[in-house]
Ligand binder design. Structure first.
Ligand code: GDP
Ligand code: MN
Length: 398
């Protein structure tokens, strides 16, 4: 789960990371009011969307008066901000964060990520802040400082000092940098984050180390033990198909194709998507219904897949170990009856209770296309979809 910049700043400041003073606003009037509360005569108005690259896309504006704040807000509120991270559809701006502008001396890149090869949290930092990390690693790879944290002891002071020195910080700034690094690490590990990124972390004209931007993502599987973090979820920033799935406990990722997939297990789901492509089709989604799926759960999965209007055929691929083919078959039959599905549905079942499952499908009297192997299922799905297309474009009631 991703959170907004202002939320990440609040989380990080609770762990001792210094941030500029700022306030959230839901309307232009409120933004101007909050700027007055903050005081000063220069503010930065920042669109709160779950994406980076806002600066270049017009989502970060320097304002010198209340009038300019109004103008900046009028351009932001209710619009979709399209950055290189949002995709062409963009993300809606419903909140802005107003900050007192600070004079910047230097910009540093700071990230905490999970490094798969060492299986540790890794600090990635660079003296070339302001640029995206992808750009830095392409153009100035020599400027990147990496440091792996040993989980048993956490981020040690000497290690944080080493990062600060490797970034070329002056001795008088090192203590603030250590505090920032340790704060970010503590927030990362205490809250089960998967990413903390501060870009830029700045050195101000008056020698303060401040997080000017902040991004945090959290491990969905650990959210249950961080209610104060779950509360920060903003569904307006999510793919509606994916939030609907998350609400139903299904693991779903929307894609651009038109063959809907209902599969158990992430590995099998990936293999199914690959096989559809191999057969000449395009998957519409990744969907893992998990183990022990009841008929109701299968029906829910159908509803979810069919809510994507691009779906023109559905491929169900189940390898039942913990799952039971008869339950899945019942779910398929139930869904087809309830939802009056009139697009081709291809089902491939293997494993526990497969004969019972096949019998349920066969006796249902529904036009379910059955397949034995995954390749056959994918070919039939692609064939059925192409055939369906050539007949007509059907309208579905879901
Ligand atoms: P992003 O483009 O989504 O990563 O948004 P950022 O929060 O990083 O803002 C983009 C850029 O705006 C930063 O890299 C800074 O150069 C600039 N910026 C943001 N806040 C301030 C500020 O308080 N003072 C000054 N001078 N520049 C700022
Ligand atoms: Mn940034």
């Amino acid at each position: 789960m991703d959170i907004h910049e202002y939320q990440a700043k609040e989380v990080l400041s609770n762990f001792g990371v210094a941030t500029p003073s700022g306030a959230l606003a839901y309307s232009p009037e409120q933004a101007a009011y909050r700027a007055r509360e903050l005081g000063g005569d220069k503010w930065i108005v920042k669109a709160q969307v779950h994406a980076g690259g806002r600066g270049k896309a017009g989502g970060v504006k320097l304002c010198n008066s209340e009038n300019e704040i109004h103008e900046a807000c009028d351009e932001m509120f209710g619009r979709k901000l399209v950055t290189h991270q949002t995709g062409p559809e963009g993300k809606g701006i419903y909140r802005v964060y107003v900050e007192s502008a600070v004079p910047i001396d230097r910009e540093i890149y700071l990230g905490f990520v999970l490094d798969r090869s060492s299986q540790r949290v890794m600090i990635v930092a660079s003296s070339e802040g302001g640029m995206e990390i992808e750009e830095i690693s392409a153009e100035r790879p020599d400027s990147i400082v990496r440091s792996i944290v040993e989980p048993a002891v956490g981020l040690q002071e000497f290690q944080a000092r080493e990062v600060a020195f490797n970034l070329g910080l002056e001795a008088r700034l090192v203590q603030q940098m250590v505090r920032t690094l340790q704060g970010c690490y503590a927030a990362f590990s205490d809250l089960d984050a998967t990413m903390v990124e501060i870009n830029p972390l700045v050195i101000t004209g008056d020698d303060r180390v401040l997080a000017l931007d902040a991004k945090m993502s959290f491990d969905d599987n650990a959210l249950f033990r961080h209610p104060q973090i779950s509360e920060l979820r903003d569904k307006s920033q999510e793919d509606p198909r994916e939030s609907r799935a998350a609400d139903r406990g299904l693991s779903y990722v929307g894609l651009d194709g038109n063959i809907g997939c209902i599969v158990n297990g992430a590995g099998l789901a990936m293999a199914t998507m690959d096989t559809i492509k191999l057969a000449g089709g395009e998957p519409a989604n990744f969907l893992d219904i998990g183990g022990g799926a009841s008929p109701e759960r299968v029906a829910k999965a159908f509803r979810l897949v069919l809510s994507d209007k691009n779906v023109q055929a559905v491929l169900v691929n189940i390898f039942a170990g913990i799952n039971r083919c008869d339950w899945v078959a019942e779910g398929v039959v139930q869904a087809l009856r309830e939802l009056e599905i009139d697009i081709p549905v291809i089902v491939r079942l293997a494993g526990t209770n497969v004969e019972e499952g096949q019998k349920i499908l066969a006796q249902s009297g529904l036009p379910i296309i059955r397949a034995t192997t995954l390749m056959e299922a994918a070919e039939r799905a692609v064939g059925a979809w192409q055939n369906d297309l050539s007949q007509n474009t059907k309208v579905r009631a879901v």
